[in-house]
Design a protein around this ligand. Structure first.
Ligand code: CA
Length: 198
């Protein structure tokens, strides 16, 4: 489903990209890989919004390896094919993401990182919004600074990535030899709303 404001012009900021204000039942094109999941929920960043809704991302991490590391998981929206279907945001300076850490406290969450990425063949990205030690379960705005990025005329996707904290080495070694194999970091749930660009 097309969920942008419909503008194909590179000019004209700000642009609201996603508000998730619907009971449509899909996820407005946002996807993740199983066993993680995305779904619309009635939570909203604005308590006065007459048509509330946000995207719930349930991040299910893979098991720790023998060194105590586990891979990050993410949810993403692609504007189209990375070669032929990118969208121009030329002239943009910031992408804004409102995100709420629902499963607070989350001691196994190392970082919450929204980022933007350009298309093929080199997939350049902006990774300057790397957020650790999120203090509570409230809605917060996370800003990706893209001013002057050369790929803005061919943006491929928006991504929200969650990185699990590594285990202490001693714990990882003990876990690796324990019966039953490696455990995984506990799942983390975030709500995502009001993604806009200026
Ligand atoms: Ca909303």
């Amino acid at each position: 489903m097309e969920t942008t404001d419909g503008s194909e012009s590179a000019a004209g900021f700000p642009q609201v990209l996603f508000t998730f204000d619907s009971t449509a039942g899909d996820t407005y094109g946002w996807q993740t890989g199983a066993p993680s999941s995305v779904a619309l929920v009635s939570d909203d960043r604005d308590p006065n919004n007459p048509t509330p809704g946000s995207l719930e991302f349930r991040a299910v991490f893979p098991p720790y390896d023998s060194t105590g590391m586990a891979d990050s998981v993410s949810t993403a929206f692609a504007f189209g094919d990375p070669t032929t279907g990118t969208k121009s945001f030329a002239g943009a300076t910031k992408f804004h993401f409102w995100i709420r850490l629902v499963s607070f406290p989350a001691p196994f969450l190392l970082a919450l990182q929204p980022f933007t990425q350009g298309g093929a063949p080199d997939y350049p990205g902006s990774y300057n919004s790397y957020n650790q030690d999120i203090p509570d379960d409230q809605w917060r705005e996370y800003v990706v600074d893209v001013a002057g990025e050369p790929y803005l005329d061919r943006v491929f996707q928006l991504v929200i990535q969650l990185a699990p904290a590594p285990l202490p080495v001693a714990d990882a070694e003990a876990m690796d030899t324990a019966e039953g194999g490696a455990s995984a970091p506990p799942p983390v749930v975030v709500h995502i709303d009001y993604i806009w660009v200026d």
